[in-house]
Design a protein around this ligand. Sequence first.
Ligand code: RIB
Length: 315
Amino acid sequence: MSERRKLIVLTDPGQDQAAAILMMLGAPEAFEVLGLVATAGNIDLAHTTRNCLKLLELAGRSDIPVFAGCPRPIRRDLVMAEHVHGPTGLDGPDLPEPKISASERHGVDFIIETLRAAEPGEITICSLSPLTNLAMALVQAPDIAERIAAIFAMAGAYFEVGNITPTAEFNVYVDPEAADVVLRSGVPITLLPLDVTHRMRSTPARLAAMRALGNRCGIATAEMLEFSEAFDLRKYGWDGAPLHGPCVPAFMLRPELFHGRQVSVMVETSSPLTSGMTVADWWGITDRPKNVFYVRDGDDEAYYSLLLECLGRLP
Ligand code: RIB
């Protein structure tokens, strides 16, 4: 059994990210979630912060703190994805308004202070969202880079091309400058891009299995994904919508289920046509530093079995 990871989770829930957070909470033997840092992304910061609180209450984990991060990307206006996630960002189940509140501390300060207070290599960053708050922390406090054990992020696309533009994946597109800061940070990074998340499709049978768990977290996850799938089913015409977020905890739990390669990944920040495009040097054509373990594929059956196992342990 590998050591339990202490996680700072960056998130803009978002139904798929809700599933990822619940998966982490359903694997307490592997993850200690130190806090959620809400990001502006899928929906505005007020909603993503509230959604974090709702999820923690749903899972019976109101002991975990939530910190609101920056209300917009580093340089650009905020682009959101209400067309996928609905006006609250977490449409689907009727989750009650949270009784708990977010911390007064800014999410960027939480990242910096928590890393400085911990031993080097003690804390892992798990990013499900645009990378704005991690990038701001790295710029404000460059010393934290060597203190981060690793970054695992759902971000980017190369072989699968983009989802918000023909060339860019949403999390990177929202804040490409932030992705650039993180990719150049020197911190060990594993990316779970669309190349692998598009293999993980929530078919009706898989959603039915979540609902059949019978617990409130399994039922709520099915209801969330049954809402957010509509856009992707129309767009892709597949037998299920891609389930992005849980690829991150799944990789941390069972890396042997996935396949990837250590390559150079850089991001376009200036071209209006390809802004946010992640360029993976898969064949080692350049001498650019191989800064990313880039995951290209994974075992979808095992992925969903693992997700169900974790969800099944929750209330
Ligand atoms: O591109 C997919 C990612 O963008 C997912 O995390 C989804 O929640 C959106 O944030």
